[in-house]
Design a protein around this ligand. Structure first.
Ligand SMILES: [Zn+2]
Ligand SMILES: [Zn+2]
Length: 330
């Protein structure tokens, strides 16, 4: 009898929390959609170009090199002419020092002093360097002392200078902005996610001379459809490459608690029983095909092997693997 009573109370409690979350989701989604619709985006007057570009994944889920660390997070070294941009600082799930990012940088011969700017795509744990960093609204390279050079750190929301790795304060950028000749932040595209709430995410667009726009994306919560729409509103040039996370943990995910696919649960703007589906992956493929990029490279950190297979089938020779230590040269 007592067991039945506890069961009923627990069920009622869970139902109440779920009802509250669904209500928040509905309201938040409406607000985020209204914000997107209300944004006045105009063509960039003079974005400039770069001549050479490469993207070297320093943190992601797969590698072919046994000397390199992997984890379900993102950190990419984007080298545009002489400018080195670090997009995100990985996950450091095990709170290590040196972190997987730092270890991989060392193995690949990259030093913090080589960096000219840090670009935080969005304030989620797998991009800020950990769960504590997400909670405390900060970021870290490693859970031990690393002195960062005094370079700009761009973020879509206010995050403080790293406690572990002291250095510059972040500069908040929400509007589209030319960071340097040919290197552009496309500006935030808000989305309300179940559990993660209101999420502002930025992405990089590099204008490569004679080729076009190369998009480098963190988690892709904005949706690729809206990223493409934003890019076309900002540039006259064609989209040459789409590289990075698009968040399709369909038929599997990289962060599982028992049978629960955490990335699918937290990264959707729908209730958990609908969430991210096969049809979303097909819509993304159709949207990408509509702009005929020459390179498509999907991050495995937040998309499943099933999804990667779908992309490989859809894009054939255009598809390039994202693997730690494997440079993508544009
Ligand atoms: Zn992510
Ligand atoms: Zn995220």
């Amino acid at each position: 009898m007592i067991a039945l009573y506890i069961f009923l109370v627990l069920t009622a409690f869970i139902a109440l929390i779920l009802a509250k979350k669904i209500l928040q989701l509905k309201k938040g989604k409406k607000l985020a959609d209204a914000q997107v619709a209300g944004m006045k985006i105009s063509k960039l007057a003079s974005p400039g170009t770069v001549k050479a570009l490469s993207i070297l994944p320093l943190i992601d889920y797969y590698t072919d090199n046994a000397d390199l660390k992997t984890e379900p997070g993102v950190s990419y070294l984007v080298s545009a002419d002489a400018t080195n941009i670090l997009l995100d600082v990985g996950f450091n799930k095990k709170k290590e020092h040196p972190s997987p990012l730092l270890q991989n940088m060392k193995t690949l011969g990259i030093s913090e002093s080589d960096l000219d700017m840090i670009f935080i795509s969005h304030p989620h744990l797998d991009h800020l360097g950990g769960m504590t960093e997400q909670k405390e609204k900060t970021f870290s390279f490693s859970k031990g002392p690393v002195s960062l050079p005094n370079i700009p750190v761009y973020s879509p929301v206010k995050i403080s200078a790293s406690r572990w790795n002291p250095g510059p304060e972040t500069k908040v950028i929400t509007d589209p902005a030319v960071l340097k000749e040919g290197i552009v932040s496309i500006g935030v595209i808000p989305r309300f996610l179940f559990l993660m709430g209101h999420t502002l995410e930025n992405a990089l667009a590099i204008n490569v001379e004679g080729k076009g726009i190369v998009l480098v994306i963190g988690c892709g919560h904005q949706t690729i459809e809206r990223i493409i729409e934003r890019t076309r509103a900002l540039f006259d040039e064609p989209i040459y490459a789409i590289i990075g996370g698009l968040h399709y943990p369909v038929h599997g995910g990289r962060i599982m608690i028992g049978p629960i696919n955490i990335q699918r649960l937290v990264g959707s703007d729908r209730p958990p029983w609908v969430s991210i589906r096969e049809s979303d992956v097909q819509s993304a493929i159709a949207a990408i095909k509509s702009v005929s990029p020459k390179i498509v490279a999907l991050s495995p950190h937040d998309s499943s092997d099933w999804c990667i297979d779908q992309f490989k089938q859809a894009f054939g020779d255009t598809y390039v693997d994202v693997k730690v230590g494997q440079k993508i040269v544009i």
